[in-house]
Ligand binder design. Structure first.
Ligand code: G
Ligand code: MN
Length: 304
């Protein structure tokens, strides 16, 4: 008999069939890694490794998103804390974990998340929670985020610029990081209008004291333009593909201590004033660092 929708997912959670991949986030000026995003994958017995696009809507309609998010947070924090113990040079790196608004609204989320962070030994200010708005961040959800932020956890708006993200919300909800949706990164190649929009969003984020991460970077020209426009951080296949955790751990071993000529980006504090001009702009101290270790394409490379 065919399984009811949702049952297979529930069983996969019980059988520990989910895994995390990790994708590096880079400083676009220095090309040093500044952190990683944990990405959920379903290791499916017949269909192979599945990304969230293939199961999230099923998880949503079966009320399983909070369970998946809780699993991701715990697994990611545990793994990252272990790496921090093993590799002293990665102390400054941040771990980004995705969380859905449904999860934030579910019962005792802030207490649970704080307990997870405490149990796994990750300093709260090393954790960034990435929230996608999808047009439904309620007052209650914003309160939960504010509570977590009060405890030191950093908050990112994911896929900013895509459907459902609200500029008005930024007036009332403090955020530490805006992640520019891949569509905006692509818009940098689409002529003046696209570039003006992205320039405006980067400016807006900087005026709010939030750092900006451009998602989905696949071309060297995007890195150059974004960096010169004041977007300091980036993520994408060109900088480093998502790697399985053992591979990511191996790549992390190539992260040496920051060199004195190569500043790591400072983290904007809460209520930080507008960020002063980035000294690495235009004259970046490019270190031919760990890009290759993270499976990135060569500096002049292009995705075919
Ligand atoms: O919504 P969110 O930004 O969390 O989604 C990240 C997803 O985007 C991951 O599943 C990851 O595999 C994928 N991804 C990461 N880098 C790139 C990229 O450069 N191009 C494309 N098309 N997808 C990417
Ligand atoms: Mn994300």
């Amino acid at each position: 008999m065919a399984e009811r929708p949702g049952q297979e997912l529930r069983r996969a959670l019980e059988n520990q069939s989910f895994i995390l991949n990790f994708q590096p986030i880079f400083h676009l000026g220095t090309r040093r890694i500044v952190g990683a995003e944990a990405l959920l994958r379903w290791s499916h017995p017949r269909r192979g490794c599945l990304g969230p696009d293939s199961f999230l809507s099923r998880a949503e309609s079966n009320g399983l998103v909070p369970a998946l998010d809780r699993w991701s947070l715990r697994a990611a924090c545990r793994r990252f804390s272990q790496w921090r113990l093993d590799l002293p040079d990665i102390e400054d790196l941040n771990l980004a974990v995705n969380v859905s608004p449904w999860t934030l609204d579910a019962g005792r989320y802030p207490q649970e998340a704080l307990a997870t962070v405490a149990d796994t030994g990750l300093p709260p200010d090393r954790l960034v929670l990435e929230v996608t708005e999808r047009g439904r961040l309620s007052r209650q959800t914003c309160d939960v985020l504010a509570r977590l932020r009060d405890e030191g956890i950093r908050i990112a708006i994911d896929d900013f610029g895509k459907e459902g993200s609200s500029v008005e919300r930024l007036a009332s909800m403090p955020v530490d990081r805006l992640k520019l949706d891949r569509a905006l990164t692509l818009a940098t190649a689409a002529g003046h209008r696209g570039r003006n929009v992205v320039r405006g969003v980067v400016r807006l984020a900087r005026d709010l004291g939030a750092e900006v991460v451009a998602e989905g970077i696949e071309h060297e020209e995007e890195i150059r333009w974004l960096r010169d426009t004041g977007c300091r951080l980036g993520q994408g296949y060109l900088c480093g593909r998502p790697l399985e955790s053992a591979e990511f751990r191996r790549a992390l071993r190539s992260v040496g201590p920051p060199s004195p000529t190569c500043p790591t980006p400072e983290t904007p504090g809460r209520n930080a004033p507008a960020i002063p001009p980035d000294p690495t702009l235009r004259h970046p101290a490019i270190e031919p660092v760990m890009l290759e270790a993270f499976g990135a394409w060569p500096a002049a490379g292009r995705i075919a």
